[in-house]
Design a protein around this ligand. Structure first.
Ligand code: NAD
Length: 492
């Protein structure tokens, strides 16, 4: 971004947060963060870290760990509760910065900020519930029990598509369990991470307990894999990057949690409410511009209801107002950056070439105010077959592939015909059919009569097959990832 490209606003500069202070990257390099709805607007400027900065953050976390580990868990939870209150108080401002750098609508961004506060509140409470178990011992004088202890320094790598909720659902359990952390947020959404760290700092979190470094994922990720002080890495992002990271980390037997892509199906049953199915498909496919790991990307519809379903879905797509997420009347913001735009438009072209038909959308939007942003139309493909790329690969944009089925077994087979298994939904009025689908569907998050998107913070979240690896996120289950068990035989 420079003057020649028409930058119209000045922006503040932000640095890494290491050992309780905002510090520039050692090399003095900077990264400019533009608004995807209008790239002429510079939102913020951030330090661009290199390996030395990541090592320094790990060092700070290592030094802070013993003090934090020895802080009683209920007291650790109180820091999270204070940070949650600050997130709530600032949800409007944080939501605005988030919309300016990521593109989601203000409603979505503010809602996600409040969700992050809720996650902090939930895990604040876990500070009073962490604990091991007692067991009957073989010896009469032996007290046999387990302790759940923190791992040490843990590294968190997060994507841009949930820039406040995903860091929150990694930071909160890691911290309440007594770990010291280093967060590397996505390069596209550094400001939202700053805002969250401001809340943690103002909540009084001791220096070094939570550190923030921005910079290129490959360089910083390598440090986390190499540094003997990092005991675990929790990663959310693309399958390609996650698999490579896990292979490197495994060489040092570091604990790795991966949350990766999805190709989530919506099945409409013969008896299902068609209007509802259309509403869920539209919300799941076009919400957050389709940039959700749980987005609905395949709709599987009875052949006899296909025409009506597509007509109503196209009508819903036509109603979606596309534009800057800062505007009140907008339903769908831009894609996050130029690469995302090129990728989504590329998938649309491949879909057409492979023989699918665009029932609605498929174009970049560049008219008027949209000229300087990464906008696409909500897009519906029909005539999609399971061999096609848009059926198999994660598009990560507002693109829905619709196909028809003849009997319910075939619908389930189609839904499961993917390397992924994150979320799924069935629209039906039949309890028997719902129960059969719940048994047979290969997904970690299963909906009946609700969209494929959405995740409550107090229940486990994660996928089957290639969508996830390692333990579940969220809920109490995630604490298994961020702790280790010590078994104690105490002869009294
Ligand atoms: P990405 O893999 O490009 O980046 C994710 C993070 O990894 C970023 O912080 C990035 O800087 C970092 N990174 C990049 N290269 C790295 C490397 N070599 N080593 C270590 N870190 C590296 O993914 P993205 O484009 O930011 O996010 C979109 C993807 O995330 C989609 O595939 C989506 O499905 C997935 N996602 C999954 C979930 C889930 O919970 N399953 C949730 C949200 C997003």
């Amino acid at each position: 971004m420079n003057e020649a490209e028409g930058v119209v606003a000045m922006a503040d500069t932000y640095h890494n947060y290491v050992n309780g202070a905002w510090v520039p990257a050692a090399g003095g390099e900077l990264h400019e963060n533009a608004n995807p709805a209008d790239v002429r607007e510079l939102v913020s400027i951030h330090s661009r870290s290199r390996r030395a900065d990541a090592f320094a953050a790990v060092e700070a976390a290592k030094a802070a760990f013993p003090g934090w580990r020895d802080t009683p868990a209920p007291a650790r939870g109180e820091y999270l509760a204070r940070a949650a209150a600050l997130l709530r108080e600032r949800a409007d401002d944080i939501g605005r910065d988030f919309t300016r750098e990521e593109g989601k609508t203000l409603r979505e961004a503010r809602g996600e900020t409040l969700r992050a506060a809720q996650i902090f509140e939930f895990f604040a409470g876990e500070g009073r519930r962490l604990g091991g178990r007692t067991f009957p011992a073989d010896g009469r004088d032996t007290f046999l029990y387990t302790l759940r202890e923190p791992l040490g320094v843990v590294a968190l790598i997060t994507p841009w598509n949930f820039p406040v909720a995903i860091p929150a659902w990694k930071l909160a359990p890691a911290l309440v369990a007594g770990n010291a952390v280093v967060l590397k947020p996505a390069t596209n959404t550094p400001l939202t991470a700053v805002r969250m760290f401001e809340c943690l700092a103002e909540a009084g979190l001791p220096a070094g307990v939570a550190n923030l470094v921005y910079g290129p994922g490959a360089a910083l990720g390598d440090v986390f894999c190499e540094s003997e002080d990092v005991r675990a890495i929790s990663f959310t992002g693309s399958s390609e990057v996650g698999k490579a990271l896990a292979a490197k980390a495994h060489q040092r037997l570091v604990k790795v949690q991966l949350e990766l892509g999805g190709k989530n199906p919506l099945i409409l049953a013969d008896d299902g409410d068609l209007e509802r199915a259309v509403a869920y498909a539209a919300a799941g496919a076009f919400g957050a511009t389709g940039q959700k790991c749980t987005a609905t990307s395949r709709a599987i519809v009875p052949r006899g209801r296909l025409e009506e379903f597509v007509a109503k879905l196209v009508a819903a797509a036509k109603k979606v107002v596309v534009g800057s997420g800062l505007r009140d009347d907008v339903d769908m913001g831009p894609l996050v950056d130029a690469d995302a735009l090129a990728r989504v438009l590329g998938y649309i072209e491949v879909g057409k070439k492979e023989g699918a038909t665009v029932a609605y959308g498929g174009r970049r939007l560049e008219e008027g105010d949209l000229a300087h942003g990464f906008f696409v139309e909500p897009t519906v493909f029909v005539g999609v077959t399971p061999q096609m790329t848009i059926w198999r690969e994660e598009v990560f944009g507002p693109v829905l592939a619709v196909t028809a089925y003849d009997d319910f077994d075939e619908a389930i087979e189609l839904a499961n015909d993917t390397a992924y298994g994150l979320s799924a939904t069935l629209v039906t009025k039949s309890l028997a059919r719902a129960m059969r689908y719940v048994r047979q569907i290969e997904a970690g998050v299963v909906h009946v009569n609700s969209p494929t998107v959405g995740a409550a913070c107090h229940v486990p979240f994660g996928g089957y097959k290639e969508s996830s690896s390692g333990s579940r996120e969220q809920g109490r289950e995630v604490l298994e990832f961020f702790t280790q068990l010590k078994t104690v035989y105490l002869d009294i």
